[in-house]
Design a protein around this ligand. Structure first.
Ligand code: NAG
Ligand code: NAG
Length: 190
């Protein structure tokens, strides 16, 4: 791998850690439905598997006081922040493998480099989702969700072609978290 690609990867990781930093406390968005974690997970998830992803994402302190009603934006935001953190960790792992694992095959190195680039693009789209939810702006939100998902899926499809990869399970988790976040966002009528 040449020096330019290395530098690009390092820049990706630096950008990623700043994006993943979470804020909190946000005023409710006008017109957004309000419900409990249980209700929002039932509403957003079509399958038991996605319901479990939802309860995982919104339980465990991601949302204060999960038994009371919250603006759906609060859930959408918590889920997207969780997905973004997960994506950031996977990006870090991909870059780490490329930089430090000398037993990677050329094919693995190429796959992880492509994943790092796709993930950096995913982070931008997902960061845009967080920024818009934070200020209750719904325009272009569905596209941002979709773009982030497509980037993650492009990495998944690339890693899937490898004989086996420690990254694969991580990418699947990222994909589920990002898909759940999108389902929650859809409850805002986007
Ligand atoms: C959530 O589900 C409940 C019960 O099915 C329903 O009454 C409500 O309209 C749904 N809300 C949204 C925002 O989908
Ligand atoms: C390094 O890469 C090889 C080949 O893909 C892999 O088997 C091994 O698990 C990797 N090592 C670490 C620490 O990830």
């Amino acid at each position: 791998m040449n020096t330019m690609s290395l530098l690009r990867l390092l820049v990706l990781v630096a950008a990623s850690s700043s994006l993943a930093a979470a804020g909190d406390e946000k005023p409710p968005c006008p017109g957004a439905p309000s419900m409990t974690v249980e209700a929002v997970c039932r509403n957003a998830s079509g399958t038991q598997a996605m319901y479990d992803v939802c309860k995982d994402a919104l339980g465990g302190g991601a949302v204060p006081d999960p038994l009371s009603d919250h603006d759906v934006t609060v859930y959408a935001l918590a889920a997207e922040r969780g997905a973004l953190a997960s994506v950031g960790a996977t990006l870090g792992t991909a870059v780490d493998l490329v930089l430090h694992n000398s037993s990677l095959s050329g094919d693995e190195k190429d796959a992880y480099t492509q994943c790092a680039e796709a993930y950096a693009t995913a982070e931008r789209a997902m960061g845009s989702v967080v920024g818009k939810l934070d200020v209750c702006r719904l325009d272009g939100l569905a596209d941002d969700y979709l773009n982030g998902l497509l980037d993650i899926e492009s990495c998944r499809d690339r890693v899937l072609k490898l004989p086996a990869s420690p990254l694969y399970a991580m990418v699947l988790v990222d994909r589920n978290k990002a898909a759940l976040a999108f389902l929650l966002g859809k409850l805002l009528g986007i």
